[in-house]
Design a protein around this ligand. Structure first.
Ligand SMILES: Cc1cc2nc3c(=O)[nH]c(=O)nc-3n(C[C@H](O)[C@H](O)[C@H](O)COP(=O)(O)OP(=O)(O)OC[C@H]3O[C@@H](n4cnc5c(N)ncnc54)[C@H](O)[C@@H]3O)c2cc1C
Length: 285
């Protein structure tokens, strides 16, 4: 059933400070690109009746690179990300995930912050951000706090954000030169599909041995998932049949795969293992 738009309020404060003051009053929800929230509105599922538009706030739309990290404002669109040369050089997994999020029209409007804060287990950018060891800075009218991105997702559609907070910045260390980067999304078709399973990975090798590795997955569990037990099973191991087998076993035992409208837990567990194996074999090719 469609919503009655006249039942909703939309305020568009001129500054971030004004938006944060309004949020602190309670009873409001932020709207950025609106590509999630407008679908909910159209379907009659949008519960907050008072929306604060943050889409036009310049304070949230930036990409800054310094020697140590790339800092991305939450209001940065996927098109901004795809066009940025620093991200293209250092963070190919983020470029790839931005490029397969929805359509071009969607990418022109949708923001990185909205993709993260919507907290869907199937969202496209979280696996890359988990693999890249991102941190997120949250802001409210009383201050800011920075937490590892691994601590942001608390469950299905639940995050560490307080009602008076906005996601301000996503920071990714420039620490992956010399790493191998892998990302793959499996959906019902190649474009405009929500993932049934996705895996992003970075690894560093010395000869044939893995000296550092990070794995992030989408649609595997009830939230975007960093696969730490599998990483431990692979660290300091040579890539051979025994390592691949034990890594597959570690992945299967650390994740409780989900059944939902897009796929089954069994399919997800099998395909996640296949993607991990594909990544590991690619390292020695
Ligand atoms: C046709 C279509 C195809 C799509 N395909 C994909 C796809 O392939 N992959 C994929 O991952 N997604 C897809 N999406 C979902 C959506 O486009 C993305 O999740 C997008 O990144 C959401 O960003 P937004 O700015 O539009 O978020 P909004 O709709 O504005 O907000 C989403 C949620 O995040 C909150 N929020 C937004 N910004 C902040 C902030 N700075 N701080 C705190 N909370 C915030 C909002 O309150 C809301 O709860 C698709 C959507 C459509 C309509």
């Amino acid at each position: 059933m469609h919503s009655d738009v006249s039942q909703f309020d939309l305020t568009a404060p001129h500054t971030l400070d004004a938006a944060l003051r309004l949020l602190a009053e309670g009873g409001h929800a932020p709207i950025a690109g609106g590509t999630e929230l407008m679908v909910a509105l159209g379907a009659g599922r949008l519960t907050p009746k008072s929306l604060i538009s943050i889409q036009h706030l310049r304070e949230l739309r930036f990409i800054r690179a310094d020697d140590n990290a790339i800092h991305i404002g939450s209001g940065t669109t996927f098109t901004d990300i795809r066009r940025n040369p620093d991200i293209a050089r250092d963070l190919p997994l983020l470029i790839q995930s931005a490029s397969w999020t929805g359509s071009i029209a969607n990418q022109n409007r949708a923001t990185l912050g909205g993709n993260i804060c919507n907290a869907s287990p199937a969202a496209d950018t979280p696996p890359a951000l988990l693999a890249y060891n991102a941190t997120v800075t949250l802001i409210s009218s009383t201050g800011t706090r920075t937490i590892p991105y691994t601590d942001f997702h608390l469950g299905y559609k639940r995050t560490a954000l307080q009602p008076n907070e906005l996601l301000h910045t996503i920071t990714i260390p420039r620490a992956f030169a010399g790493y191998r980067h892998y990302i793959r999304k499996v959906g019902t078709r190649n474009a405009q599909a929500i993932s049934k399973i996705a895996l992003a990975a970075v690894a560093k090798l010395n000869n044939n041995t893995i000296t550092d590795i990070r794995l992030g997955a989408a649609s595997l569990t009830d939230r975007p998932t960093r696969c730490t037990a599998t990483e431990r099973a692979l660290l300091n191991q040579p890539i051979n049949e025994a390592t691949i087998k034990s890594a597959r076993a570690a992945l299967a035992s650390e994740t409780h795969t989900i059944d939902d409208i897009r796929s089954t837990a069994r399919y997800r567990a099998t395909v996640a293992g296949n993607l991990l194996e594909e990544f590991l074999r690619s390292l020695v090719r």
